[in-house]
Design a protein around this ligand. Sequence first.
Ligand code: PDD
Length: 280
Amino acid sequence: RTVYVNGEYLPETEAKVSIFDRGFLFADAVYEVTSILDGKLIDFEGHAVRLERSLKELDMASPCSKDELLEIHQKLVELNDINEGLIYLQVSRGSDGDRDFVFPSADTKPTLVLFTQNKPGLADSDASRKGAKVISIEDIRWGRRDIKTVQLLYPSMGKMMAKAAGADDAWMIEDGHVTEGTSNNAYFVKDGTIVTRPLSNDILHGITRKAVLRMAEEAQMKIEERLFTIDEAKEADEAFTTSASAFVMPVVEIDGQQLGDGTPGPIAKRLREIYLEESR
Ligand code: PDD
């Protein structure tokens, strides 16, 4: 793979970041994952705007302009000949060459890293045809989940707990209500109404969420943005998640309880189709 590090396009084996980088030592970094379909970036604008917001919330400098960022994304997709896949971007606060809890001076150069992930068949995955099984776990992450930081240890542990339980993913619960999945936003459908948690600091403001809710509205589907419990979701007709890495993913089982007939529900399937069609 050819990757991008601080202004250079390099073979992945030659790319280097300092061991003092605050992304490495403090998880002092933010990221974005953008999908690629037919060699084209999906909703670059949304991801670029959210990145700017994450940086601003953390008082972190922007590594470059939006236009330059777009150019880097496009060049990497081209150099790596990606037709279907993902592109990962990370900006960290960089380092001034030592470990210190205090932020380095504001003129410290941020570290910008991008790499592609080739995923042929992403739009037509077996996983999406089967649907995902999820378990519920307590949400013990920090309180600013609206900022897309690389503090992903707990979500990663959640995935491992899911795997150990024979499931695919975990939905997290705080104060009795579902927040979101480990790397996606969560929804259920009851009597034709789509229910999902409203935006706040408690969840990531998904770029796919925004697009899918707009498309659902345009398709005259009913939407309720409100808090919901895992028991409500378990009794739903169907459920699904949204993310840049899996688009709309049907959920067919929650904590061992099958939803409907245990296959992807009609609304999730329809929204996946609409999303893939309209965002291309
Ligand atoms: N994750 N919630 C969380 C906690 C996430 O990590 C993500 C995305 C989402 C969905 O956001 P979007 O629709 O903008 O991708 C919601 C990415 C894909 C990841 O960590 O790989």
